[in-house]
Design a binder for this molecule. Structure first.
Ligand code: NAP
Length: 281
């Protein structure tokens, strides 16, 4: 049974542009219903010029917090009162918590990917990880995974991979700096390979994998941040060579679950969140 909206209902939500296709309201409201707590999650299509008013308004209306998606993850930061260290280092916020009249920014994208991976691999430590791509998603994922693992970042534009790997090495004060390179990388020594590029994403699904995987290490785990289609070309290729695969649903659900816990203090049921969106894709 779902608790009806009343004067005690606590508000959370999502801001972005566009937000029509977002799965966040579905999965968060499914978790709320499952836990029988008096919260509701709404989506708001917001333009950049209104970001400051959004933060002021959310505080005034006593929102518990909200997610931030494209294109506002960087620009929202200047209107927040505090920013968590990881989000500061990543340079983007996807979760805002409102507490005692203060808006505090977090980034749960990287930890979301780590948790999704750990479902398959167990605790991630000292692994050789290859990250393909150096855009926004790669930044969050690379910062998180570089804390305890050996990372190599490759990108179509090598200079961007170089800049990101140097920035992370410096900010995390890494003894062994991250490696970087182009898409012609030799993949045979990587335990985990993660595609953070949109290559293979709907509607352009009939393409070659972003890099070939024929000499992949036995028992390697391959992840793609894409969740539409559920099995993008990169994961089809990985399966052909016997790798374990993880699609972008894992990241989507776990980053949402961490946000949910930041607002409510309660761990939602991952299975409930996953189930609520799988049939919609
Ligand atoms: P972004 O900032 O635009 O970065 C895109 C990256 O992909 C860049 O490194 C770019 O390389 C590379 N790239 C683009 N087209 C390429 C091609 N044809 N061949 C090789 N490399 C190419 O994008 P983003 O925000 O990081 O998002 C990337 C992907 O992650 C998208 O598929 C998105 O849907 C997915 N994502 C998933 C979740 C989730 O919850 N599962 C969350 C966020 C993002 P250059 O620098 O050379 O242009």
């Amino acid at each position: 049974m779902i608790i009806l909206i009343d004067s005690k209902t606590k508000l959370v939500g999502l801001i972005g542009h566009p937000i029509d296709h977002s799965f966040s309201p579905i999965m968060h409201n499914a978790a709320i219903k499952d836990l029988k707590i008096n919260y509701r999650y709404f989506a708001f299509d917001v333009s950049e010029k209104n970001l400051k008013d959004v933060v002021t308004g959310a505080k005034a209306l006593n929102f518990r917090g909200f997610n931030v998606t494209i294109p506002h993850k960087v620009n929202i930061m200047k209107y927040l009162d505090e920013i968590d260290c990881d989000a500061e280092v990543i340079g983007a916020v996807n979760t805002v918590k409102i507490e005692n009249g203060k808006a505090i920014g977090y980034n749960t994208d990287g930890i979301g990917v780590k948790k999704a991976l750990e479902e398959k691999t167990g605790i991630l430590i000292n692994k050789n990880i290859l990250i393909i791509g150096s855009g926004g998603a790669s930044r969050a994922v690379s910062f998180e995974l570089a804390k305890d693992n050996n990372l190599t970042i490759v990108n179509r534009n090598i200079e961007k991979a170089e800049n990101l790997s140097k920035e992370i090495s410096k900010k995390l004060k890494k003894e062994n700096p991250l490696n970087y390179g182009g898409l012609d990388i030799n993949i045979e020594n990587f335990d985990i390979i993660i595609n953070t590029t949109p290559v293979g994403m709907y509607p352009n699904t009939e393409v070659d994998p972003v890099i070939p995987l024929h000499n992949i290490k036995k028992d390697a785990v391959v992840m793609d941040l894409i969740y539409n289609p559920l099995e993008p070309v990169f994961l089809k290729e990985a399966k052909k060579y016997g790798a374990k695969t993880i699609n972008g649903i894992g990241m989507l659900v776990y980053q949402g679950a961490v946000s949910f816990e930041i607002w409510t203090g309660i761990k939602p049921d991952i299975f409930v969140m996953k189930k609520s969106i799988i049939s919609k894709i």
